[in-house]
Design a protein around this ligand. Structure first.
Ligand SMILES: [Zn+2]
Length: 294
């Protein structure tokens, strides 16, 4: 374990413990979440260091990287994913007229392949060996380990996308610096992460599934995300919600809280979360942040 003595976003040294959460998917260990007094960023602390984090991803329940079709939740996840891929593409790559793409944390390559099929040049970076192989087998030709980031030429990409990935990355500032270097002057950076100020996060508290400790090292809100990116030379130009996320998160949170998924309750919580988001993006379960270089 490594214990952080300063905030990973603003480097401030004042923070307090706000929650203790359980790792429900693998080890059942408890992890403390701290909140920075300066920038309101939340981070898992202590956290697994980069060499021991692998064991926390060893779970059949951890479906983000697999194409398993077993079980109701996985089936729902697959249907939702196909819908989300098309939505993600239209609202980012297409909307911002991007030709060349880097998808950081491409998983099994579904979004990457979708973009390639639409005629884009696309590089995928993925830490998981088996996910990388699946992406290559799907026909994504350029899929590398994340360390390849430093080999990508400066000013070479129109858009960089991270779909629920930034919260997993140990080297936060150095990685974002690379994004700035790789993007061309009019480039677009797209970052989707859970939002700990959302309606569903407040409702479920320590049972909120998107805390997902210790895989999620970081827990962003609008203020801390904006702070991190402005320190690295990006300005926020748009925020968007992900309408299916609160339903999925509520199903999992119900399971953690009471042992059952309780779909009726999950639908209700998801609907309220979406309704509140219509009035303020800060209620959104997950937020897609879209940045341009300053
Ligand atoms: Zn801070």
């Amino acid at each position: 374990m490594e214990k952080l003595t300063s905030c990973p976003v603003c480097l401030g040294e004042k923070f307090k413990e706000v929650l203790s959460c359980t790792d429900y998917t693998t080890t059942k260990e408890e992890f403390v979440i701290c909140q920075c007094s300066d920038c309101s960023f939340r981070f898992t602390n202590p956290r697994p260091d980069i060499n021991e984090s692998g064991k926390y991803y060893q779970s059949e329940d951890y479906i983000s990287h697999t194409d398993s079709k077993k079980g109701l939740l996985n089936k729902l996840y697959q249907i939702a994913r196909d819908y989300m891929i098309a939505t993600k593409y239209k609202s980012t790559v297409k909307k911002y007229n991007a030709k060349s793409l880097v998808d950081y944390g491409c998983g099994t390559g579904d979004f990457l392949k979708y973009c390639i099929d639409k005629g884009h040049s696309a590089i995928g970076l993925e830490i998981d060996d088996s996910a990388r192989k699946i992406a290559l087998n799907k026909g994504c030709k350029e899929v590398y380990e994340p360390s390849h980031l430093s080999n990508i030429s400066s000013d070479s990409a129109d858009i960089i996308t991270l779909w629920h990935v930034l919260e997993h990355i140990h080297d936060l500032h150095p990685t974002v610096k690379h994004f700035n270097r790789i993007l061309n002057a009019n480039g677009t950076l797209v970052i989707a992460v859970p939002n700990h100020e959302s309606h569903d996060a407040k409702y479920y508290g320590k049972y909120w599934a998107a805390y997902d400790v210790p895989r999620h090292l970081y827990h962003f809100n609008v203020a801390s995300m904006t702070r991190l990116m402005s320190d690295e030379g990006f300005k926020l130009i748009e925020t968007r919600t992900m309408r299916l996320d609160p339903f999925y998160i509520a199903l999992l949170s119900n399971k953690y809280q009471s042992g059952g998924m309780n779909p009726i309750k999950a639908i209700y919580i998801g609907l309220v979360s979406n309704l509140k988001t219509l009035f303020n993006i800060r209620n959104s379960s997950s937020i897609i942040y879209i940045f341009k270089k300053q």
